[in-house]
Design a protein around this ligand. Structure first.
Ligand code: NAD
Ligand code: WQD
Length: 338
């Protein structure tokens, strides 16, 4: 069984490639490396001892994708490829709509023409917007995204639902990730942000390695136990394993299935900082700054549906997430660059 992994050299994609190979799937990776390095694929080969093909191809390039489908026998796609920086999406909305939405449409057209109708899509908890109450569950109506990145996820979910309505032969899995952090325990693959990290954990990791001075905590006056924002942080390896379970199920059926991939536990910014310091024995200086526009107080999953239908549950602890992040960062202070 051969799986096309778009964005397969990115953060979540590379970890999912490892688990796909470990589970016995063959994989074909497509990436344009706009936010990743081909070296991630070498590291995946090193971790698994297995080989696979990597195509440098933009998913908006229909002819390029078509060729790949002609050369390879693809049974399903896991679709990670997309731009993901919330702040940048506000500066460059057209680039985000063009890349994420048109890229997905191009991929779907090529898949349809090749008769490959199983897709697992990287959606996000951001689709719950600020209208819903935590814990978020899959039966809640989709909310309003506060930024163009989030809007692309809502649109793509709609596109995939419409596609299924038009042709019941499709099998669509919409996986709504909460906050993925951590790295493979080998320390060989991990998150490798360009420039100044937008997200909490990579920022903390860069302070620990001496690249940044101090964390600014975005607000301590939220209605949460310690006043700082609460999120559902999930170890990227648990997240990757969730994809295997979703794929196993999707291959045997048709329809649209939506799953939250989170732990169901909310931790505050201060919980993360304190655990990182404790587990890794490093110092993380911080100060309290203003709230970041667009942030919500709390975001965590009800993860019961994935447990019930997929038999999947996140197992790794916050301490595991902090330890594995640091193991990756300290061994690769410049990411995949030497
Ligand atoms: P990432 O940037 O590390 O990986 C995305 C990959 O897609 C990169 O390798 C990039 O080079 C590639 N890519 C982007 N546009 C492309 C295009 N047009 N053609 C080919 N390749 C392209 O991001 P990630 O954190 O691994 O996220 C993967 C997916 O999960 C994204 O769709 C993201 O929106 C979604 N997601 C991420 C998070 C998170 O916090 N990391 C949370 C929810 C959802
Ligand atoms: C986590 C918490 C911040 C940085 C984003 C996207 C979301 C999803 C996951 C893709 C918040 C606080 C952060 C800092 C801080 N991605 N923080 N200082 O915003 O929950 O989610 O990534 O789909 O769509 O919005 O993640 O890591 O940026 O923030 O205090 O320097 O840490 O306010 O409470 P977020 P994050």
């Amino acid at each position: 069984m051969s799986i096309l992994v778009t964005g397969g050299t990115g953060y979540i994609g590379s970890h999912t490639c490892v688990e796909l190979l470990n589970a016995g799937y063959d994989i074909v990776v497509v990436d344009n490396f706009c936010n990743s390095s081909p070296m991630a694929a070498d590291r995946v080969r090193e971790i698994t001892g297995k080989d696979f093909k990597v195509y440098r191809c933009d998913i908006r390039d229909r002819d390029g994708l078509k060729k790949i489908f002609e050369e390879e026998k693809i049974d399903a796609a896991i679709h990670f490829a997309g731009l993901k920086a919330v702040g940048e999406s506000c500066q460059k909305p057209l680039e985000y709509y063009e890349n994420n939405i048109w890229g997905t449409v191009a991929l779907l057209e090529v898949m349809r023409d090749a008769g490959c109708k199983t897709i697992v899509f990287s959606s996000s908890a951001t689709v719950y917007g600020s209208e819903n109450k935590v814990p978020f569950n899959e039966t809640m109506p989709v909310g309003t995204a506060t930024n163009p990145y989030g809007t692309t996820k809502i649109y793509i979910e709609n596109i995939l639902q419409d596609l299924y309505k038009s042709d019941n032969g499709w099998s669509v899995s919409l996986l709504r990730y909460f906050n993925p952090i951590g790295a493979h325990p080998s320390g060989r693959i991990g998150e490798n942000p360009n420039g100044i990290p937008n997200n909490l954990m990579p920022y903390i990791a860069q302070i620990a390695v001496g690249k940044r001075e101090k964390l600014s905590i975005f607000g301590d006056d939220y209605p949460t136990p310690d006043g700082t924002g609460v999120r559902d942080y999930i170890h990227v390896v648990d997240l990757a394993l969730g994809h295997i379970k979703a794929l196993d199920r999707a291959l045997g059926k048709t329809g649209v299935d939506i799953y939250n991939l989170g732990t169901g536990i909310g931790y505050s910014v201060l919980d993360i900082v304190k655990t990182f310091i404790e587990v890794n024995g490093v110092d993380i200086p911080y100060e309290i700054g203003p709230r970041r526009p667009g942030d919500i107080a709390e975001c965590y999953a009800n993860a019961d549906k994935a447990a019930k239908e997929l038999g999947w549950k996140a197992e790794r602890t916050l301490a595991d997430m902090c330890r594995d992040t640091w193991n990756w960062q300290k061994n690769n202070p410049n990411g995949y660059e030497n």
